[in-house]
Design a protein around this ligand. Structure first.
Ligand SMILES: *[C@@H]1O[C@H](CO)[C@@H](O)[C@H](O)[C@H]1NC(C)=O
Ligand SMILES: *[C@@H]1O[C@H](CO)[C@@H](O)[C@H](O)[C@H]1NC(C)=O
Length: 314
């Protein structure tokens, strides 16, 4: 009975700790371009900092200097990250039928693809109004031309609501079938996602942009993200400017973690022999659950390891 109780406490204590210790942030007060900051972090830590949620943003701020400035984090806008709307699948240089010198809106914050009536592809900014070709999985007619003028995002919403999605084009035969429907430039499902990845290759699932960021004008160069060290809000700037930066690391050996264990026992818990016995049991339980390379010891408050708690309602 006592063993079971100990075992439960051990595991819940462990998981409470692991979410906090998993990543550490480091502020580096050296002015570097984003690419040089990335190299520095990769050499000295793990990578530039990735922030996946509000808690991590708060954690990053806790190592941030109090003076207000911008410091790089790992997020960058990748000009080559094209995806098909359908299934959010990577385009990865599969079949394509670009017009000569396309894609050419490389430096727009976002780009979308229209097919011309001759079947060639042209990347343009997504706010333009065009007809769309939806894909209708159940058939029998798979390709549906929608002759309503819409921006690319509205076209996608239209296709997703009324059919399956904006159309994907996987080979020349599909390209020919689709282009035979067209009498003017028409949206297809190919789209360049903005700010898709972090430096450590994790997908972008959380952002905390400052108002009016990222700046939505045509880019002249690659853009990268930084955090305002006083506000915790994010800004985009040309990756070639120099800033301080945040790195992250995953320490293989956590320095020290404290758990508070609570249990009932008939034995005198302040007897050193009993304490030693409990430690040994904890040790064995942790090892049994795959935890390696650790030391356990009791800490004391007011000269005692254990403190009696008043009975509260169960
Ligand atoms: C679905 O199609 C109808 C007309 O066929 C259109 O009015 C409606 O806006 C479409 N739905 C969406 C979400 O776009
Ligand atoms: C084109 O791709 C579709 C979907 O993958 C496939 O069903 C079809 O057989 C392909 N056609 C040719 C000619 O390769």
């Amino acid at each position: 009975m006592k063993r079971t109780l100990l075992f439960v406490l051990t595991l819940s204590g462990l998981s409470a700790v692991s979410t906090n210790i998993i990543k550490e942030y480091h502020y580096v007060s050296d002015s570097k371009t984003w690419a040089d900051a990335q190299s520095y972090c990769r050499e000295n830590f793990d990578d530039l900092a990735t922030i996946n949620n509000e808690d991590e943003n708060v954690k990053l701020m806790s190592v941030s200097p109090s003076t207000a400035r911008k410091a790089w984090i790992g997020l960058y806008d990748h000009f080559e990250a094209w995806k098909w709307a359908l299934g959010d699948t990577d385009f990865n240089n599969g079949f394509s039928n670009w017009e000569t010198d396309n894609p050419n809106v490389k430096h727009a914050p976002e780009s979308c693809t229209k097919m011309t009536e001759s079947g060639r592809w042209d990347d343009i900014q997504c706010f333009y109004q065009h007809h769309a070709v939806c894909y209708h999985e159940p058939g029998p007619t798979k390709y549906i031309l929608v002759e309503t003028l819409m921006n690319w995002h509205d076209a996608m919403a239209y296709c997703r609501f009324n059919y399956t999605d904006l159309v994907s084009v996987r080979n020349l035969s599909e390209n020919n079938q689709i282009s035979s429907l067209l009498s003017r430039g028409t949206w297809i499902g190919l789209h360049r996602k903005t700010w898709p990845y972090w430096s450590d290759k994790s997908p972008n699932i959380f952002t905390k942009w400052a108002t009016n960021h990222p700046v939505s004008t045509t880019r002249t160069q690659q853009y990268c993200a930084s955090v305002g060290t006083a506000s915790g809000k994010w800004f985009d700037s040309g990756c070639g400017t120099t800033q301080h930066f945040f790195c992250q690391s995953f320490p293989p050996h956590q320095h020290e973690a404290r758990f508070k264990l609570k249990f009932q026992s008939e034995a005198d818990l302040n007897d050193p022999a009993v304490q030693q016995q409990i430690l040994e049991q904890l040790h064995a339980n942790l090892e049994k659950h795959g935890v390696a390379d650790f030391k356990l010891r009791w800490t004391q408050t007011d000269g005692l390891t254990f403190h009696k708690e008043k009975k509260t309602k169960e």
